[in-house]
Write a protein that binds this ligand. Structure first.
Ligand code: HEM
Length: 407
């Protein structure tokens, strides 16, 4: 445990970390990858370029500093990050590397504010924070390996089926090459996927939500092809999967992970809200609800650009035919002429609170949402202003976690 003096020093650095936290972590990554280029095999280079990972790490370090005398308060965050770390294969021996690098970056960026006393206090605090992560992750490793069909590290899977779902989303049905069983998972969880990409200096790992219900002989991921835009680079892995990975090819997967999962102990109505490819974890939840509690009231709301980019539409319609408690609504931002003719959508434009209240009877429900960050901010703001309890509004970021609060 930290002594009071150390806690006092750590807390005294909170204001400077607040203002310079991102700068520290940016410098941290520069040093980390210069001294340990092998770690470029695990980190997502696109997240680095966009600065999202820097912000996520800065937030985590800052949160740890604020709660240094009560780390239990940030245990849910530690677990969420722990799932990601476990999924990527981060091990205890990596922590001292990160700790040393973080201190060097702090010394450089904070300048005079980083006195020996401050650095000493942070070294001690980092040790405690790292131990908390290592402990949580050790349990996750044990669980992932020991469960039936579980495994350690990356396991080879064959693409059994490749299925185009929309102009931008394609599903891959994956079965283990060794022919063994596969671990079950909780709907909403993801897997880390490592394709074999010829000509690349480093390996590239990405997380994709499992889009089918558990209990099948395969895992299904549904991948959006991320073409580049002026504000972001093209998705190296997603484009590779779409263009070069075909039936019969191999992908390497770690066991399912993630804490954005369906609470099956709750029997209240469920509202699943997704934007774009954010539908994948919610579709897994929807299918699981159908298989396990078909009478439960479920509203599935999906926002897409238009019918062309709308994936797995027929699957949702089929579920609604089969299960009496299900209703679904499709919202298109810019419907095509064909969409209008075939009346394939229920709302044009963005989802707003008035419309939401017209299709969801009460805020006393379990809400789950996932989609692009602006979509999530809008949904979060709507749910808050409707009086939905914080614990009833669960969400998942694709990519490094951020904050919805500034919405
Ligand atoms: C992801 C914090 C230690 C490697 C993350 C994220 C946070 C974080 C906040 C983002 C989680 C998300 O995506 O939602 C921390 C903290 C650490 C720590 C506070 C120390 C106490 C480590 C270590 C390694 C590592 C030792 C290994 C060298 C990664 C990687 C990702 C990640 C590869 C995924 C980033 C990406 O997609 O590029 N970590 N981490 N972390 N962390 Fe850590």
């Amino acid at each position: 445990m930290l002594n009071e003096q150390t806690i006092r020093i750590i807390k005294s650095t909170v204001p400077v970390l607040e203002s310079k936290g991102t700068e520290v972590t940016k410098r941290f990554y520069e040093i980390l990858f210069t001294e340990h280029p092998e770690l470029l095999n695990v980190f997502n280079h696109a997240n680095q370029k966009q600065g999202r990972q820097q912000t996520a790490l800065a937030n985590a370090v800052y949160a740890a500093a604020v709660h240094i005398d009560n780390l239990a308060a940030i245990l849910p965050v530690v677990k969420q990050i722990g799932h990601k770390h476990r999924s990527l294969g981060i091990k205890p021996e990596h922590y001292p590397i990160v700790g040393r690098t973080l201190l060097t970056a702090m010394r450089e960026v904070l300048g005079e504010a980083a006195t020996d006393e401050v650095l000493q206090a942070w070294e001690t605090a980092y040790g405690i924070i790292a131990d908390a992560f290592i402990g949580v992750e050790a349990e996750m490793y044990t669980q992932a390996e020991r469960q039936a069909g579980g495994w350690e590290g990356f396991r080879a899977f064959r693409v059994e089926r490749k299925q185009k779902e929309s102009s931008v989303i394609t599903s891959f049905y994956l079965v283990p090459l060794d022919g063994g069983a596969i671990a079950t998972f909780e709907p909403g969880q993801y897997v880390s996927v490592k394709p074999e990409m010829p000509g690349e200096t480093y390996t590239h790992i990405r997380q994709y939500s499992l889009s089918d219900a558990p209990g099948k002989p395969y895992y299904r991921i549904s991948v959006k092809r991320e073409d580049g835009a002026p504000d972001r680079p093209a998705g190296k892995v997603s484009v590779f999967l779409h263009e070069h990975v075909n039936e019969g090819d191999t992908l390497w997967l770690t066991a399912p992970a993630g804490d954005f999962t369906l609470d099956t102990s709750d029997s209240r109505p469920v509202v699943l809200l997704s934007g774009g490819v954010g539908l994948t974890p919610l579709l897994s939840m929807l299918k699981t609800l159908g298989e396990t509690t078909p009478d439960r009231q479920v509203t599935f709301i999906h926002a897409a650009l238009s019918g062309e980019t709308h994936a797995m539409r027929a699957e949702v319609e089929e579920l609604a035919r089969r299960y009496p408690g299900f209703s679904y609504y499709f919202c298109y931002q810019s419907p095509t002429a064909a969409d209008r003719e075939e009346r394939t959508f229920h709302k044009e434009g963005y989802i707003d609170l008035e419309w939401l209240q017209s299709v969801v009877p009460s805020p006393d429900a379990a809400f789950y949402f996932c989609g692009p960050v602006p979509f999530m901010k809008t949904v979060n703001r709507m749910l808050q202003s409707w009086g939905v309890r914080k614990e009833d509004a669960r969400y998942e970021f694709f990519g490094p976690s951020g904050s919805l609060e500034e919405a």
